[in-house]
Design a protein around this ligand. Structure first.
Ligand code: SAM
Length: 292
């Protein structure tokens, strides 16, 4: 009897991922930035939770994944968060956002909190992030930095937020959009002084640009130009000794703050911003009030 050819091994398919929640970073505009590991997790996940299923469908095609999708965002009902966490006890649930790393100005915070509270393993699958990409190529200080996300849209709230960042001893990183760029640069110049700054636009895409300068000049240029298209990260270098100690800097910040809030509150916020004793700044505020 002729020897039979050995039977082919059974179709096993890809090895299953251990159950849990996988936080998967995707590209920020260039599909080629999808990492091998991210693509692998997306292929093997039992479910992909995402912001916009049309955007994620393209990502899944690039990853050759046929995983089902579930729309998930910050306004999703708590019951959906609970249902995803319940599934993550026995299945691999991937979370992606429309761009970059989930949770960074993107949905997912409640889901990660709930998963951790329920004892579900949460695994980061790191990859692109606009803030870090911009910082890495900006030429500004990278040893210490502070990611501040989007500034408030309303003028007074934005000025308060900027004042609170004045004393941060590192590069500040903001998300921004074209239509708001000019107003934001003007507010930054006003609140932080004329620091070195970089505008990083359309990172990883065909029209990627970096514009470097001082805040006042960049603000003046932006006020002249049409609002730039595309996505933008604004980076502001730390205060240089000379400019933060410029004569009248504390008084100017105090006058600006006192125009918007009571003297005590203004003194507290300027003291924190400049790292000065609150009593000293309050004394300055009282002096300014008597001069009015
Ligand atoms: N999760 C994303 C990340 O990890 O980078 C950030 C998402 S947030 C909703 C969108 C903002 O990120 C944009 O308004 C812009 O400030 C910044 N951003 C995203 N992609 C960018 C790109 N390719 N170039 C410049 N900025 C970008």
């Amino acid at each position: 009897m002729a020897a039979q050819a050995p039977a082919p091994p059974p179709e096993t398919g890809p090895e299953r991922l251990p159950p849990g929640l996988y936080i998967v970073a995707g590209p920020i505009g260039n599909l080629a930035d999808l990492t091998l590991r991210a693509a692998d997790v997306l292929r093997r996940a039992d479910l992909v939770a995402c912001e916009d299923t049309r955007v994620t469908a393209k990502l899944l095609r690039a990853a050759r994944s046929r995983a089902p999708m579930q729309a998930y965002h910050d306004h999703s009902p708590a019951a959906l968060t609970a249902a995803l966490v319940a599934r993550a006890h026995t299945e691999a649930i991937a979370l992606v956002s429309d761009s970059g790393t989930p949770l960074i100005s993107d949905p997912g915070f409640e889901l990660v909190r709930a998963a951790r509270a329920a004892g579900v393993p949460v695994t980061p699958i790191p990859g692109p992030n606009a803030a870090i990409a911009a910082l890495s190529a900006s030429g500004l200080a990278t040893d210490r930095f502070f990611f501040a996300g989007f500034l408030p849209a309303r003028e007074a709230a934005r000025a308060d937020a900027i004042l609170a960042l004045r004393g941060v001893p590192g590069t500040l990183i903001f998300h921004e959009s074209g239509p708001r760029l000019a107003a934001t640069l003007a507010a930054l110049a006003h609140g932080l002084g004329d620091r070195e700054a970089v505008i990083a636009r359309e990172l990883t895409k065909r029209h990627e640009t970096f514009r470097h300068g001082r805040l006042a000049a960049l603000a003046a240029e932006a006020a002249q130009d049409a609002p730039p298209r595309g996505e933008i990260v604004v980076l502001v270098g730390p205060a240089e000794r000379a400019s933060s100690e410029a004569p009248g800097a504390v008084e100017a910040a105090l006058a600006e703050a006192m125009a918007r809030m009571p003297a005590g509150k203004a003194a507290a916020s300027v003291a924190a911003a400049f790292g000065l004793p609150r009593a000293d700044v309050y004394a300055l505020a009282l002096k300014a009030q008597t001069r009015r």
